[in-house]
Design a protein around this ligand. Structure first.
Ligand SMILES: [Zn+2]
Ligand SMILES: [Zn+2]
Length: 337
């Protein structure tokens, strides 16, 4: 979907101080407006954006009632959307063109003061749909957190019968109609705002386990170059980058994303069209670890993906990482089937 030049103009006027990267020098000239004028312009910008391109609830489609300051909070995401719409093909070939990549050095202090969770949530989803999304609760597999059929078991069938290379993993929601809609709209209908909702809820719900794991970096499950070009983005990478943003923004936790370490060298068939036994075979030799750009073996990583089904993809990624010297591999996914 193409984004308006008006939006980009308003955005570049008020947000230019956020853009410090050389790759976006076209938009990074300093402004000479007073803070009061900038604040008013910011309000006008928010009204214009909401009027022209209203933010809607990703589940029921109702227009959201947005609080003041919402566009500032989501500004890196908005930048991404404007840039992605304008140069999706170029972006696919050269990811470094994307202006917003989470800082490796620390929390982003250029954004406003710490917002409340309810304030952030009101920008992302309506209250009714938010309360109806089914979090993964109750007895779950101690390895992969898949809900268990028999309450006395400790592990699900797949984890009991096969080798698991990851140490532990968690999923946010059960893959019911609402959660599926959020993930599929992101993945197949280019609704990139949904990555923000998924990442926000993941950061909020899994903050303590993320701290406990004490991982060094998040690695999105990679797409093959060809699939990346077709889609224009990797949904796992978007989710990972936004988790990093929300962790830093809400809790001051620094957890960077590295999208260039784990690579997919085989363009495998989509897992959803295969049965359980064919899935592991499909992704068996699909991943490699990059040795370029002075990359070193990671001590402990969290893999990020959208859907957990049989765990075959995440297990193949974890195996590749372990063979490359990573000591501990964890994972987080948006939904579990
Ligand atoms: Zn709703
Ligand atoms: Zn399991």
């Amino acid at each position: 979907m193409n984004r308006p030049r008006l939006g980009l103009f308003l955005f570049s006027c008020t947000e230019s101080h956020h853009m410090k990267r050389k790759s976006v020098h076209r938009f990074s000239q300093r402004t000479f407006f007073s803070p009061l004028f900038l604040a008013k312009l910011q309000t006008v910008k928010e009204h214009c954006l909401q009027l022209l391109f209203p933010r809607v609830c990703p589940v029921c489609g109702k227009i959201l009632k947005l609080p003041k300051g919402w566009a500032t909070l989501l500004s890196p995401e908005f930048t991404n959307r404007v840039y992605s719409a304008q140069c999706s093909k170029r972006t696919a070939e050269n990811r470094s063109f994307l202006p917003h990549r989470p800082s490796l050095s620390g929390p982003d202090t250029s954004l406003p003061l710490k917002p409340s969770l309810s304030y952030c949530r009101s920008i992302l989803i309506c209250p009714d749909c938010c309360s109806s999304l089914p979090l993964v609760e109750g007895p779950v597999c101690q390895k992969c957190s898949k809900p268990l059929i028999l309450q006395d078991d400790c592990f699900c069938e797949s984890c009991r019968n096969g080798t698991r290379y990851f140490k532990q993993g968690k999923s946010l929601w059960i893959h019911d109609d609402s959660a599926r809609k959020i993930v599929y709209d992101l993945k197949f209908h280019n609704k990139r705002d949904n990555a923000d909702l998924i990442a926000f809820e993941m950061a909020v719900q899994m903050k303590s386990i993320i701290s406990e794991w004490n991982a060094e970096v998040m690695l999105p499950v990679p797409l093959h170059k060809k699939r990346f070009r077709e889609r224009g983005f990797n949904q796992a990478q978007l989710i990972a980058e936004r988790i990093s943003f929300w962790l830093s923004k809400l809790f001051g936790i620094v957890l960077p994303v590295d999208s260039d370490y784990l690579l997919r060298t085989e363009n495998t068939k989509p897992q959803r069209i295969l049965d359980v036994s064919a899935r592991a075979q499909n992704v068996k030799k699909a991943f490699v670890v990059s040795t370029r750009n002075g990359q070193y073996a990671k001590r402990s990583v969290i893999l990020i993906d959208d859907i957990y089904t049989s765990g075959a993809t995440l297990n193949a990624c974890a195996k590749t990482l372990k063979e490359a010297g990573t000591e501990e591999v964890f994972f987080l996914t948006a939904t579990v089937v």
